[in-house]
Each structure stands twice: as C-alpha cells, then as structure tokens.
Design a protein around this ligand. Structure first.
Ligand code: HEM
Length: 444
C-alpha cells in the first residue's frame, strides 16, 4: 500500500458502476485517480478546514439544542441515529450548500434522497455481485442506490455551481466544498503541491493524527504525483461526483465514530471526567473553542484515536495488484489483477500489537506512550497516497462535536445501553445494531 504503491494504487473492481457518480476520487483508477486526487487534496488543507469550521459549528448549535431537550426530559439517546442527522446536516451544508434540516424534518427532500442514495437493497446487492453482466444488463441492474435520489444530488450540485457562476464577481465569499471544487476548476494547472504558508503546513503536520506520515510515506507521495496531473479542469459531472462521494464517505464514518465515542465514554466515567476537565480548560469565556486549540488537545485526540481503533468504520481496505507480486519471503505470489484485502479490524484487535486489545484505553495514545505504536497497525484512515483524503475534516467534525457536548452533558449507561454491542454482518462497515446511552446535564 505504501512502499510499492505504484503496483497497488487502484481499488478492487466494484461489481456495479454508475456513469456519472463513479467519476469520483474514491472509485477512479490509474491516471484519472491521480488527476482527481491532485485537484481534490488541496480542498482539505488545514487552512481550508479553518474556513469551514464556522459552518460545522453552526450545524452543531442546532444539534446541541436538540440534546438539551433529551437531557431535560431524561430521554435516552439513540446516538447512532442522532449523529447521522448531525453529519447529514454538516455534509449538506459543506458539500451541497444546502440546509438538510435532518434534525427537525426527518422527511425533508434532502433527507429522503440521502436515505435513498444509501439504500442498498439486499437482493439488488446480491444480484450485482453474482449475476453475469449480460443478465444484469437485461434486468437494468446497474447500481445499488436509488437512481432518483442519485439524480437529485447530481442536479442539486449542478444548480449550485451554475448559480454561483452566474453570480460572478459579486464579492460574496463561499467556503464550502462546492466552491473549492469550482475554484480548483478555475485554477487548473495546479500541480498538487501543498498550498499555504508555513502556518498552514505546520497545522497539517499537527493533525497528521497517528497515521504513518513518516519519511517513507511522504517520498512515495511525492513520486506518485510527480507528473502534472491537475492540469485538466473538473467537469460539472466530476464536481457533482466528488460531492456525492464526500457524502457517502464522510457521513456514516463520522457519525459512527461519534456514536462509539459517546458509548465508550458512558461506560467509562473516569475517562469522561478527564476529557471534561481538558476540554473545559480549553474553552474561552464565550464558551467557544478555536480550530487550533481543538487540534492540540492530547486527551481528546486519544479518545478519538482509541474509538477509531476499537471501531474502525471501514473494516477492510482493498487494492488490486497491477502485476504479479512476490510477498517478501512468504512464498506467496499475488497474481496480476488479484484483489488484496487488509483486515483493519483484525489488526486493531490483535494482542500482537495492542495489550488488552479489546479494552477501551485512550491512555495508550497519550504522547508519553506514542513510541510504542508499531507502524501500520493503526489504519482507520487507510495508508499511503490513497488514504482518506477527508481525514482532517472528519477529525475536526468529531472533535468539535465531542468537545462541545462533553462540556455541557454527561453520557451515562442506561437500561437500554447494550453491553456488549451487537454487530450484525453488514458489508464492510462497522455498524452496531443499536447504540443507546443516557444523557444528563452537567449544569442544572
Ligand atoms: C472518521 C471519519 C472517516 C474515516 C474513519 C474514514 C475512513 C476512510 C478509509 C478507511 C478510506 C480508504 C483509505 C484507503 O484505501 O487506504 C477512506 C477514503 C476516502 N475518504 Fe474517508 N473517512 C472518514 C471521513 C471522511 C470524510 C469526512 C470525507 C469527505 C468529506 C471522506 C472522504 C474520503 C474519500 C474521497 C476517500 C477516497 C480517497 C482516494 O481514493 O483517494 N472521508 N476514508
């Protein structure tokens, strides 16, 4: 995934395709992927995240109002469900410049189509995986999601881009992904080199999280993008496809991280109190916390990291071999075209790499223990040049939400809190049957 990235740069072939939506950075391969990644990466620098921060904060404000009602009436919180609404509002605002209104109106047009887009019916998935291509064509079986909903999102992005182009130079400033992608379109010729001054680059390295961003990774990245791949503009379809993948890749992953963090904190009051103390000391007199302070809180980072270790939203990573490949001295040869999977969940739960691997223990990520981490045993965001491009955004959203919530409320174990959680086998995602906790106000 890293050292010989050039031989494993593509993902495995999916049994379904979509003519427009699959023009996104996740599904693209070869030079198409290099070009998209070169254009998309600069939309996630820490400088861009700082500008998007107020939008996320605003969505969180509405969420906190809803939590207040739950805490006041002593109602249990189905965190899985509730955080999905929060992250839907955030991505709606940041990727589609639209108020999804998911918290107040569960049948809003946006919510209905968002659910339709991710509505992967079992029989349809099965058909896509097992039927031969001619039969799939005959049945019109192309894609797992609901096509009407896909079209809704494609049209939504197109309308926004066209409206903004018409607006021209009115001086209005937009800091969302749509605008960043339109600007990337206008700034063609960008060669993917990190943007921003020293502050921005320093910020980027502080947020490197615990992924392996050492010398080896940086060199591979430099080699991978050595050509001038960003010199062809994004088409309107490509802009729409990136918005779509940001939604698909960025909402469930972030919501589940928040859900499992809340669950583990409810079960470990001593860790929750430590987090509360750290967070309270970092908030200003107006009850706010800035982007930079947030990125630098060690215990908050440790809680999020440990949550992602225990519950990596993506259970396995995958790549396809470009040519026959001998796996060191194992005697195993991976054949050209073969799919390779990396069992992230199993690695994260292995006693070989983590003592008491099934136990929630954020302390293992505190700065004094960090040297014990074995490279490439922590992979919630993948590894190498094809790792999660949205990591910084996801972490910002999770940390901002947790810090504000923990400062006001206490998560507690309730009668409905399942211990342990039940995990039905669902595709490649770490999705528990139900994650429920109680919530209490810190201040009456
Ligand atoms: C906690 C939150 C998140 C987790 C755990 C996560 C995890 C992942 C993982 C495991 C991959 C595959 C990496 C690999 O194959 O090496 C990935 C790829 C990707 N993620 Fe995320 N993700 C998160 C949030 C986000 C967000 C918020 C966005 C966008 C707004 C996003 C956009 C993407 C995209 C576009 C890719 C494909 C990158 C490429 O192929 O070049 N992710 N993510």
């Amino acid at each position: 995934m890293v050292k010989d990235f050039h031989l494993f740069s593509d993902r495995k072939t999916r049994p379904y395709q979509h003519p427009v939506l699959f023009k996104n950075v996740f599904h693209a391969s070869g030079d198409d992927w290099k070009r998209l990644r070169t254009i998309v990466s600069p939309t996630f620098t820490s400088g861009k995240m700082r500008k998007m921060f107020p939008m996320v904060r605003q969505c969180l404000g509405e969420y906190l109002d809803v939590l207040e009602v739950y805490a006041t009436h002593g109602r249990d919180l189905n965190v899985k469900d509730m955080y999905q609404k929060l992250t839907m509002n955030v991505i709606g605002r940041c990727a589609f410049a639209t108020d999804a209104n998911a918290l107040k109106d569960t049948r809003s047009t946006f919510v209905r189509h968002a659910q339709g887009m991710t509505e992967f019916k079992f029989w349809k998935m099965l058909g896509l995986f097992v039927l031969p291509l001619p039969v799939k064509k005959l049945l019109g079986l192309k894609f797992a999601g609901n096509e009407e909903s896909n079209q809704f999102f494609l049209n939504l992005t197109k309308q926004i881009v066209e409206r903004r182009k018409r607006e021209g130079n009115t001086g209005k400033v937009y800091n969302d992904f749509v605008q960043l992608l339109v600007d990337a379109e206008a700034k063609s010729g960008n060669d993917g080199v990190a943007e921003g001054g020293p502050d921005e680059r320093e910020g980027d390295s502080v947020e490197a999280h615990h992924v392996n961003e050492g010398k080896e990774e940086l060199e591979v990245e430099k080699r991978t993008f050595a050509g001038n791949y960003g010199n062809k503009k994004l088409t309107i379809d490509e802009i729409s496809a990136q918005g779509w993948i940001f939604f698909i890749a960025g909402s469930e992953t972030t919501a589940s991280t928040l859900g499992y963090a809340s669950y583990e904190l409810a079960l470990s009051p001593h860790f929750q109190d430590r987090l509360y103390d750290e967070v309270c000391a970092a908030f200003d007199a107006d009850g706010e916390i800035g982007y930079d302070q947030l990125s630098r809180l060690p215990f908050l980072d440790a809680v999020v990291t440990e949550t992602l270790r225990l519950y990596p939203p993506v259970l396995r990573l995958d790549r396809k071999a470009k040519q026959d490949y001998r796996l060191a001295d194992t005697g195993i040869t991976i054949s050209k075209g073969q799919d390779v999977e990396f069992p992230v969940y199993a690695i994260h739960h292995s006693e070989l790499y983590y003592e008491n691997a099934d136990r929630f223990n954020p302390d293992r990520w505190m700065p004094q223990n960090r040297h014990k981490l074995i490279p490439y045993t922590y992979l919630p965001f993948g590894a190498g040049p094809r790792n999660c491009v949205g990591m910084r955004f996801g972490l910002m959203e999770v940390k901002l939400s947790l810090s504000h919530i923990i400062r006001r409320y206490r998560f507690v174990r309730s009668k409905q809190t399942a211990v342990p959680l039940q995990f039905p086998t669902v595709a490649n995602l770490c999705i528990a049957k139900s994650v429920v906790v109680g919530i209490e106000k810190r201040f009456k």
